[in-house]
Design a protein around this ligand. Structure first.
Ligand SMILES: C[S@@+](CC[C@H](N)C(=O)[O-])C[C@H]1O[C@@H](n2cnc3c(N)ncnc32)[C@H](O)[C@@H]1O
Length: 153
């Protein structure tokens, strides 16, 4: 299947290059919560932002455009064991797609002010969706991450 996707906008981030994100600095639980940035939605899609101000959080679906290749087994930052890529948030995946929940701070036309940015400058945005209570799950099991998140919280 040949899937063609077109970015609807780009991320503006204080992280200009991958090297600007110091490994381990933004570990759980707070992570990137305090990192501010903007989502610039291209003018042709701006009308789709109608009513978005009412939501505190959005799910941003984007492309890891600077990720080269993928590994099916990868060593996560928080771990020293090789893990299956689909049990990690690694950017190096067969389809280099990322998902981040951001906090919406405001909107000026086609620009959304947000916090919780873990993407670098210029990251192409594929889609935005409202984050709703249906996205909040309880009784989570976190596999290999369980112990690490307990230690960090
Ligand atoms: C661990 S991933 C998690 C991203 C997202 N929250 C997710 O779960 O899909 C975040 C890391 O991806 C890398 N990254 C951010 N933007 C990127 C981009 N446009 N291309 C490649 N790597 C990127 C940075 O190293 C950042 O720390």
């Amino acid at each position: 299947m040949d899937i063609k996707l077109k970015p609807i906008g780009i991320v503006h981030s204080p992280f200009k290059r991958l090297e600007d994100i110091e490994p381990g600095k933004y570990a759980y639980p707070r992570g990137f919560n305090s990192i501010h940035g903007q989502l610039e939605i291209f003018e042709e899609y701006e009308a789709g932002l109608k009513d978005i101000e009412g939501f505190t959080h959005l799910v941003v679906i984007f492309v890891f455009h600077k990720a080269e290749g993928f590994k099916l087994h990868t060593k996560p930052l928080l771990d020293d064991t090789l893990r299956g890529v689909f049990s990690t948030r690694s950017p190096h995946r067969p389809n280099p797609i990322g998902v981040t929940v951001v906090n919406v701070r405001g909107r000026k036309g086609n620009i959304l002010e947000v916090s919780g940015v873990d993407m670098i400058e210029g990251t192409p945005i594929l889609d935005l969706k409202p984050y709703t209570p249906r996205d909040q799950k309880s009784s989570l099991r976190l596999g290999w991450l369980d112990d690490k998140m307990k230690k960090e919280s």
